[in-house]
Design a protein around this ligand. Structure first.
Ligand code: MLT
Length: 249
């Protein structure tokens, strides 16, 4: 099997540097593309709302510019929503999928209301306030207790994002459809990764995605929360490397 290209898609409201702890290890088995999404990491956005399909189209453009036809998207949380949109929009370009700390279902009405509140908070209160509130929620209890430097790093990463980009993505997530049917029809290798301390995407969410995927495999990292790739980087990297080396189609 030829060396694949892994497209690392960051979560919300973060940027490509989320993947720093994974780049060199994963580069042993794959070419890596880890872009900033529109509105994040200094990429300017004028959008009121950025849908998952628009993020996916941006990523296909990045691939076109680099002459890359097919990829294995590896998306964390919102990045997973985008990976599933890519699989729906251009299934022939998606060779496999790695879905980390994410879900295939749409938001509830209460969840959509929360997105509108988050968008308003980003615009009105500013990213420092969002960062202070969010950092402890996205990291697991073990990381919070044992790795204050990781808490500080994530808080700074969130604080550095643009309020308007954050608001547009929040409203875009509210519009995403249920993509469980995309998983049911995805007959290629797929890996679902989560952390046993993920308070935002509880374990049954990942179990349901794995069951929906015809070739789904589930890896649960212990002592990891919502940002499993940076909370347990060695274990995360080992799971991805094993998946890449052993996938059969
Ligand atoms: C993320 O980490 O990307 C977010 O938790 C996704 C979400 O809010 O649904």
């Amino acid at each position: 099997m030829t060396r694949p290209t892994l497209l690392l898609i960051h979560g919300f409201p973060l940027d490509h540097s989320l993947w720093d702890p994974n780049l060199s290890a994963l580069n042993e088995v794959a070419d890596i593309i880890a872009p900033d999404l529109r509105g994040f990491g200094g990429v300017v956005s004028m959008d009121e709302v950025t849908t998952m399909e628009e993020f996916a189209s941006d990523l296909f453009r990045v691939l076109d510019e680099r002459g890359v036809e097919r990829v294995v998207p590896c998306g964390l949380s919102m990045g997973g929503y985008i990976a599933m949109a890519m699989a729906e929009m251009a299934p022939d370009r998606v060779d496999g999928m790695i879905l980390c700390n994410t879900r295939s279902t749409a938001d509830t009405e209460e969840g959509k209301e929360g997105r509108r509140n988050s968008a308003n908070d980003a615009r009105n209160k500013g990213m420092h306030v969002i960062a202070r509130a969010m950092a402890p929620k996205v990291l697991g209890s073990t990381t919070r207790a044992a790795h204050p430097e990781k808490v500080a790093r994530i808080e700074a990463m969130i604080a550095g994002q643009s309020p308007s980009g954050t608001a547009a993505a929040s409203l875009g997530m509210a519009e995403r459809p249920d993509r469980t049917s995309v998983l049911l029809g995805f007959h290629k290798p797929a890996l679902v990764i989560t952390g046993d301390e993920d308070e935002l995407m509880p374990l049954p969410t990942s179990q349901a995605m794995t069951e929906a995927l015809p070739q789904g495999q589930l890896v649960v990292l212990d002592q990891a929360g919502h940002l499993s790739n940076m909370e347990r980087p060695e274990a995360f990297n080992a799971a991805v490397i094993h998946f890449i080396r052993t996938r059969s189609s």
